[in-house]
Design a protein. Structure first.
Length: 210
């Protein structure tokens, strides 16, 4: 049974919630920033829950880990409904990693939590490997009270990078490849607009898509 969250209309004494969205390319420091904000809240003696989508496989089952190795405990969930069910009413801060993998309901879930007085922090890729809007991220960004846009360093030229380059056998993945392909450093690198490549062609590598 889905929980009914508190609202300011029902309880005028409730503090105002908020939604912060951390976005950027692969290797831009999104997870590191989410962990930093979560630890800052814990240091301030606030109750924090960190969630990640179950598709995230870079880290152990019950944690998130930045690319530079910083870990933090996290609860894996497979849907926005499952996330809402797992939120403790006593929690102050709800952090969500890999938001781009969630269903469209994550947008309403985050709105409901923020309206209910929770501080919601979401991190995710704003563009897929083709350079196009990724899943629910555009709507999350549109509804955010604060946006943290991070950039990486282009692996090819050293400029600021805002795009994620998918590589298959060392070559840029074609536009026909699956949108979601959970991988590691050898599958992706950060690229600037100039160096980002998405060739036409048929996807023939037999890699699984979701």
């Amino acid at each position: 049974m889905m929980q009914t969250f508190r609202s300011l209309e029902e309880d005028p004494t409730l503090r105002s919630g908020s939604l912060t969205v951390i976005s950027g390319s692969m290797f831009s420091g999104k997870t590191e920033e989410l962990i930093r904000l979560s630890r800052r809240a814990i240091y301030a003696r606030r109750r924090v829950q960190v969630f990640k989508h179950a598709l995230e496989t870079r880290s152990d089952h019950d944690e998130i880990r930045s690319h530079n190795g910083v870990p933090h405990e996290a609860v894996p969930v497979g849907s926005s409904g499952e996330l809402l069910e797992a939120v403790d009413p006593a929690t102050d801060v709800v952090a969500v990693e890999e938001a781009q993998f969630f269903d469209a309901g994550i947008v309403e879930a985050c709105r409901q939590l923020a309206d209910g007085g929770y501080e919601v922090i979401v991190a995710g890729l704003d563009m897929d490997f083709r350079g196009e809007p990724f899943g629910p991220m555009p709507d999350l960004l549109a509804g955010a009270d604060e946006i943290v846009k991070l950039r990486a360093i282009c692996a090819r030229c050293g400029r600021d990078a805002a795009r994620s380059q998918r590589l298959i056998d060392g070559q840029p993945a074609p536009a026909s490849a699956p949108i979601i392909l959970v991988g590691a450093e050898e599958s992706y690198e950060a690229r600037c607009r100039h160096c980002h490549e998405v060739p036409e062609g048929v996807f023939q590598y037999g890699l699984p898509g979701v």
